[in-house]
Design a protein around this ligand. Structure first.
Ligand code: ADP
Length: 210
């Protein structure tokens, strides 16, 4: 199964991708996670994208296309993958189509998750990660890590009010047109992301396995 998770920042793409990855035993490819890891490792790529990430701007298509190509052609992706945060521009979507054609893989499905803007802002501003066990959660659910009760929490550098507004605007401009792009290809499924995690997960599984 080859899946794309499409939706604005804070829609829950990462949460659902991790669960779907376990369920179908295929890897989650999060371009955001890969870029943040490169930044933490201070690799040449990390140094190049550091400022772009903190501004909430998009990394160039060339860089992310290359990253994704390496991943999806690797042996661990032989049986499929879940793309989380890619493609994010029409240019990236066209390039992905080209990669898949080259690989003779045509079974792409797109999961589109929508959430009202006010809820997205609330979710992003309250998003925290536990420094102890890496669990991601929301301060509105709990003020301690729900997994290990640690109070040693971490907030993503781009989850501040100004950068959140910029990321949402970029989503509207650059990424939202992809909904129509995949609708025309008739491989897109719509979901309401303002639902409980397990309920949404079950709805996604039901639709994509039909
Ligand atoms: P979110 O969807 O919450 O904004 P991600 O973790 O998917 O977060 O991405 C974080 C940042 O990484 C983005 O703001 C952008 O700078 C960069 N990034 C991730 N994926 C892409 C992509 N496909 N194209 C360009 N930039 C990307």
């Amino acid at each position: 199964m080859r899946l794309i998770m499409l939706g604005p920042p804070g829609a829950g793409k990462g949460t659902q991708s991790k669960l779907l990855s376990k369920k179908f035993n295929i890897p989650q490819i999060s371009t955001g996670d890969i870029l943040r890891a490169a930044r933490e490792a201070e690799s040449p790529l990390g140094l190049k994208v550091k400022e772009i990430l903190s501004r909430g701007d998009l990394v160039s298509d060339d860089i992310v296309n290359q990253l994704v190509r390496e991943k999806i052609t690797s042996p661990e992706c032989e049986n499929g993958f879940i793309l989380d945060g890619y493609p994010r521009t029409l240019g990236q979507a066209n390039t992905l189509d080209y990669f898949l054609k080259e690989m003779l893989k045509y079974d792409l499905r797109v999961v589109s998750i929508s959430v009202p803007r006010s809820i997205l802002i609330n979710r992003l501003a309250n998003r925290r990660k536990c420094n102890n066990c890496n669990t991601e959660f929301n301060l509105t659910q709990s003020i301690k890590c729900p997994n290990c009760s640690s109070e040693d929490l971490f907030q993503r550098k781009d989850d501040n009010a100004e950068t959140i507004a910029h990321r949402l605007a970029l989503y509207e401009e650059e990424t939202k047109p992809l909904i129509e792009y995949y609708e025309m290809k008739k491989n897109l499924f719509h979901f309401n992301g303002n639902e409980k995690v397990d309920i949404l997960l079950n709805k996604i599984i039901e639709k994509i396995t039909l």
